[in-house]
Design a protein around this ligand. Structure first.
Ligand SMILES: NC(=O)c1ccc[n+]([C@@H]2O[C@H](COP(=O)([O-])OP(=O)(O)OC[C@H]3O[C@@H](n4cnc5c(N)ncnc54)[C@H](OP(=O)(O)O)[C@@H]3O)[C@@H](O)[C@H]2O)c1
Length: 329
């Protein structure tokens, strides 16, 4: 099979290569998937550059997320699954080979049925962003009728959070930086979109929520947004933080303000979310897809041969929407 790979960490153009590999065989409890779409995430970039630590394998085929069709199953997996359309999560977690290839092998539970009304490209957008957004939104219970603030509403996780929160019946405000990002956040369903540079985020949130504030905040950069968040949060509200922006991961907290607000800080790292919560997220995402309520922005699609271009675009931050690599193009 054809695959993209790297044997040392570094710059995309220096280390990413294309090559031929034997088609992998699924072991017991595993399935093999013919990959139609491979989804790129910052996590894949951080693994390739060494930001997340040294590589655990001498040769890595990158990318956690993807979608395709099961074409072989190992022992203990129902042969009836062959031919099933699926989306994949955590394909390269604790494994050397991810989805930037013609085929990928995963434990059967990480190949999730993709409803017939959903494209492979959308399937490849789910994994990291949708599971992270789900955990941020629902770890502390249902959000129907609640108010949610999503920072970075045009980002992959931000958009996933808007889509899932709207599907669940919440009111959603989102912050953005540019008019193009505002369009993306509105397309995802945000009720109010706020430019985080030129507008007063707490003033708008408080006015829109009739001085109550928001019940949940999904935050891509708590280190930058803490003061804004404290100004937007309802009494007893919850702030879910899922990314670290600064070189230092330390954060001084306004303890008295936080105590008076009775607020909760939740921290989310997708790879360590408890299995039961991940299974619940997978089910909820499946229902959202089946309801036709999950339509993320796809910003770029390229053939596997152009994987360097895809990685460079992800790192640049200039593409609004998910970047998809397609081995079959
Ligand atoms: N903990 C986890 O499990 C987990 C899971 C997924 C992702 N992540 C991390 O989360 C980060 C975002 O991932 P992603 O895939 O969503 O990336 P992305 O698609 O590049 O989106 C990031 C978004 O955040 C916005 N942003 C940046 N700084 C902001 C700030 N201070 N306030 C509000 N918005 C801000 C960006 O827009 P502007 O900068 O233009 O405003 C952009 O729209 C990455 O660092 C990723 O590694 C962590």
């Amino acid at each position: 099979m054809k695959a993209a790979y790297y044997e040392r960490q570094g710059k995309a153009s220096d280390v990413l290569k294309l090559g031929e590999f034997p088609i992998p065989q699924p072991g017991p409890g595993e399935v093999r998937v013919r990959i139609h779409a491979s989804g790129l995430n910052p996590s894949d970039i951080k693994a390739r550059t060494g930001f997340s630590g040294p590589a655990a394998f001498p040769l890595v085929i990158p990318h956690q997320d993807g979608a395709g069709v099961i074409d072989a199953v190992g022992a203990d997996v129902a042969p009836a699954r062959i031919g099933e359309r699926v989306w994949l999560f955590e394909t390269q977690y604790r494994r050397a080979f991810g989805t930037a290839a013609d085929h990928a092998v995963v434990p059967a539970r990480q190949a999730v049925p993709l409803p017939g009304n959903v494209s492979f490209e959308v399937g490849a957008c789910l994994g990291v962003p949708a599971l992270t957004a789900h955990r941020c939104l629902f770890a502390d219970g249902d959000i129907k009728g609640q108010a949610v603030l999503v920072h970075g509403g045009a980002g992959a996780v931000g958009t996933a959070a808007i889509l899932l929160a709207k599907w669940a019946g919440a009111w959603v405000a989102a912050t953005v930086s540019t008019p193009a990002q505002a369009d993306a956040a509105r397309r995802a369903g945000a009720d109010v979109v706020i430019d985080r540079w030129s507008q007063d985020v707490p003033a708008i949130v408080m006015s829109e929520t009739r001085r109550k504030g928001v019940d949940r905040i999904v935050d891509v950069s708590l280190q930058d947004n803490l003061d804004v968040d404290m100004g937007c949060l309802a009494n007893g509200g919850i702030i879910s933080a899922y990314a670290v922006a600064a070189a230092s991961d330390h954060l001084p907290l306004p303890l008295l303000k936080a105590m008076i607000a009775g607020c909760t800080f939740r921290f989310v790292y997708i790879y360590t979310v408890p299995e039961a919560a991940k299974s619940a997220a997978v089910s909820a995402i499946g229902q959202c897809l089946a309801d036709g309520a999950y339509a993320p922005t796809i910003g770029m699609q390229v053939a596997l041969d152009a994987i360097v271009e895809a990685h460079e675009a992800q790192e640049s931050g200039r593409v609004i929407g998910k970047i998809i690599v397609k081995p079959m193009l």
